[in-house]
Structures are given as structure tokens and as C-alpha cells.
Design a protein around this ligand. Sequence first.
Ligand code: 5RP
Length: 226
Amino acid sequence: MNQDQQTQLKKSVAEAAARYVAQNLKAGAILGVGTGSTANLFIDALRPIKEKIRGAVASSENTARKLTEIGIPLVALNDIDSLPIYVDGADEIDASFAMIKGGGGALTREKIIADVADCFVCIADASKVVAVLGNFPLPIEVIPMATAQVARAVVALGGTPVLRKGFVTDNGNHILDVSGLSITDPVALESALNQIVGTVTNGLFARRGADVLLLGTLNGVETRTR
Ligand SMILES: O=C(CO)[C@H](O)[C@H](O)COP(=O)(O)O
């Protein structure tokens, strides 16, 4: 698949996700919105149905800006008790709907919103589906003073961490991108990484994976459920 085709597939799933929201989000409800190029296309696709959405919880400052631009009011996660639907992209997704996320660096806020949401709708083009997670380097958000220590702990687990240069997360932290992991047990690795002191969040979304996958393929958008 070339880049133009991939962009076209991202656009198709973004539009399918907007239709999904129009059909499934109750009038006046709050929507969770992810981060990244697919999420940006999703925000664009929300324009025609924006009156139906009372407000949105944004997973990053970029997403907050885009939502504001199209006139969807922002809602703080602390001001709501529940969130029916969260729509976000992924860097990789496997057959059990476990994902690697955080290519855009928004993994911590994304994981928090995903945890609150009743339904995580993953929007992805076909290139994101893998048999085993780990070809895409796994992002880990770390407290800056702990970066070297977390990197040593990650090496001990068999990974090769690289500091994402010139990048600071919306929370003021660093990202280590970890390659060389063949993630055959995503739940166990997510838990193991959570134990490393100085780690804020790792980009494995396995304990709380997606519920619905809208997958853009060259033959159209497939809806898969777990
Ligand atoms: O996790 C993310 C951002 O932190 C994104 O969802 C992930 O990187 C996919 O991005 P894109 O839609 O640009 O391929």
C-alpha cells in the first residue's frame, strides 16, 4: 500500500467513525476524541454532525485545538462520570484488539480516557493490523529525571530504548521508543512495564484494548467487534 492509498483508507475509516458516532452516541452525550492523523480526519468528518455532540474530551492539546476550531466544546474528564464512546487510532492492533499507541506522544491521556470510556472504537488502516505486536517501537512516557534509569530497566527486559529527541509530552515528560520487543503476551508486558519506577505510561493498550475496530481496507471499511 502506498502513502496516498493509506491516507485514503484513513479518511474512509474516519468517515465511518463519524457515522458510527451519529448512530450510537445519544443526543447531548459527550464524546472522547483521540490524537493523530486518523483522529484528525475523524474530527474533520464530525463537522456535519457537530450539533449532535454536546462536547468532547480531548486526548491532547492538538486535538483540543482542532475540536475548538470546528466548534465542538471541550469538556474536562474530571467533570463527567462516564464516557460512552472514545474514538482513536493505533500504531498496531492484533487479533485480540490489543494495541500499541503513542506514536503521536499522547499515550497517557489516551490511556486515561480509554479507561473511562464504555466503548473504545479503534480507527485504523489495514497496515496497522499485525499478528504479533512490537514491530512498531513501543512508546513509554517517562518522568524526565528517570529517563536513564527507565532505559536501563527496559534493556533488562530485552528492549532497545531510544529517546524521542526534541519532544516533550503535553504532560512535560520524555518519550522512550522501544524497539526489539516481540510482544507475545501484551497484558503481561504492559503490567511489567507499569512496575518500572519513573514510568508514567506505556503504549501497550492490552488490559484495556479496543472494543470495536473500524478497519480501512482496499475493499472498504470492515467493522470488527471483540
Ligand atoms: O496513539 C496515537 C497518538 O499518540 C495515534 O493514535 C497513533 O500514533 C496512530 O496515529 P496515526 O493515526 O497518525 O497513524
